[in-house]
Design a binder for this molecule. Structure first.
Ligand code: ADP
Length: 445
């Protein structure tokens, strides 16, 4: 400012001096005033020209710089330039942060929908699009309530009580299985809200399975327990002969045995689910393993059929299997015992542990019993799934045998396959991977 005033007054003084000098002979005072006035006008015009140039530059809102030199206009334009640059930098940083924030919401495994105070969609991530069958471009600024028309969700919105979640079916496209969503609205700011959705299909399924499992176990235990309680009551109230007492006690022992088998199978399953994977460096000799299965199988056959079964055991090239011996025995014997239980005594059952090309090994149980209709095959390994319910119960089955076999096979990296022809017989196979198979015993360290 000082320089500006200095140049102005110096210019005035110079103009006045020049006017005074030029009109020295006539009217020097008027000449000095005119000179000062002229210089003042010129200064003002030059000054306004620079001001107008700066105004034009600001109006044009251009990136191009304007050269206004030094002085007041030059400094003002330079300061404006710096302010604009600082503002641009802030905007750029805020945009970056917003971009990062939206990218984080996009990466969320849950659906996220931002709603304005009218309940219109302002933004939604891909998961939300999948969950509700929406389109991120087309459906922006649409009312969510118009797009998600599930009755439970409509009631939830109308009640305006968003403390709890609501479970609704998903409208996900491209999947055949029905999905379940848990949805909750979280109000924030002034009337805005955030809608979060979670795929709870697996949780719901697990919950349903748990309920079924508890119901099945209760049912399986209640039956022998009721029979047992009936006998106890009879023995307490009736005067029985020694013979009758003996017969009743035997029947009671059978029911107690049934419950014990069930509890043992349940414990085996729970151990399989909770314990660490079977060791891959503990080698179980298949000879004694199969011998044990054969002896226990014959014992079971004489118990069930009162005579030895037509059982044939063979080992071809397999020395040992890496894993847990109790689990392996449980899986192999379950298959052998099923064959015995579902095959009439005079018919043949072949049990073979065979080395396959490539170093894998196959344990197979081939019976010529009742066989299984194809529609049952995919469900055989489900807990408590039985084809022949009465035969299973009569022969001490729990409906858990094949579930145990499948679990053990999976834990050993092996695969269980079932083939069956009704009326002809069934073949159950477990194929162990090469890294768990030792071809011959002598090679063991
Ligand atoms: P269970 O204790 O009832 O035998 P499993 O899980 O071992 O239970 O077997 C499930 C069902 O599969 C059985 O109830 C039976 O109906 C059928 N099944 C299993 N093995 C055989 C077989 N070798 N022959 C015919 N049916 C079989």
């Amino acid at each position: 400012m000082f320089w500006r005033l200095l140049t102005f007054f110096t210019g005035q003084a110079a103009g006045a001096s020049l006017g005074w000098w030029m009109t020295l002979e006539s009217d020097a005072l008027a000449g000095a005033l005119l000179g000062a006035l002229l210089v003042g006008y010129v200064w003002l015009i030059l000054d306004m020209t620079r001001g107008v140039r700066m105004l034009r530059w600001l109006r044009a809102d251009t990136e191009r710089d304007v050269a206004l030199g030094s002085g007041l206009w030059g400094e003002a334009s330079e300061r404006i330039r710096r302010l604009v640059r600082a503002r641009d930098k802030l905007v750029y940083q805020s945009e970056g942060r917003l971009h990062d924030f939206l990218a984080a919401l996009q990466a969320s495994p849950n659906g996220v929908v931002l709603l304005n105070d009218q309940g219109q969609i302002e933004w939604l991530n891909r998961t939300a699009c999948d969950h509700f069958g929406l389109d991120a471009r087309r459906d922006v600024m649409q009312h969510l309530g118009n797009l998600v028309r599930d009755p439970a969700f409509a009631t939830y919105l109308a009640a305006k009580d968003f403390r709890e979640e609501v479970t609704i079916p998903a409208r996900q496209s491209g999947t055949s299985k029905p999905l379940k969503l848990s949805v909750q609205l979280h109000p924030y700011g002034e009337g805005r809200s955030l809608l979060l959705s979670r795929d709870v299909t697996a949780l719901e399924q697990a919950d349903a399975m748990r309920r079924d499992f508890v119901a099945n176990v209760s049912h399986e235990i209640r039956t022998p327990l009721t029979v047992l309680a009936g006998f106890v009551e009879t023995m307490q109230t009736l005067d029985l002969t020694e013979d009758e007492r003996g017969r009743y006690l035997e029947l009671m022992a059978q029911q107690a045995q049934r419950m014990q088998t069930l509890v043992n199978d349940l414990l085996t399953l729970s151990r399989l689910e909770g314990s660490p994977p079977p060791p891959s460096n503990e080698w179980i000799d298949v000879g004694p393993l199969l011998l044990q299965c054969e002896q226990d199988g014959q014992a079971l056959a004489s118990l069930l059929w009162n005579r030895a079964h037509n059982l044939h055991f063979d080992i071809v090239g397999v020395g040992a299997i890496a894993g847990a011996s109790n689990e392996l025995y449980s899986a192999l014997f379950n298959l052998v015992s099923n064959a015995i239980r579902y095959t009439p005594v005079q018919q043949r059952i072949d049990v073979v542990f065979r080395l396959l090309p490539g170093g894998t090994a196959e344990f197979s149980v081939i019976d010529s019993g009742s066989g299984i209709a194809p529609e049952h095959l995919p469900r055989l390994t489900e807990r408590f799934y039985r084809v022949d319910r009465s035969r299973s119960r009569e022969t001490g089955g729990t409906g858990l045998g094949l579930a145990i076999v499948k679990h053990v096979a999976q834990r050993h990296g092996a695969e269980l396959t079932i083939e069956s022809v009704p009326g002809k017989g069934s073949t159950f196979r477990i194929v162990f991977p090469a890294n768990r198979v030792h071809p011959i015993l002598q090679q063991l360290v």
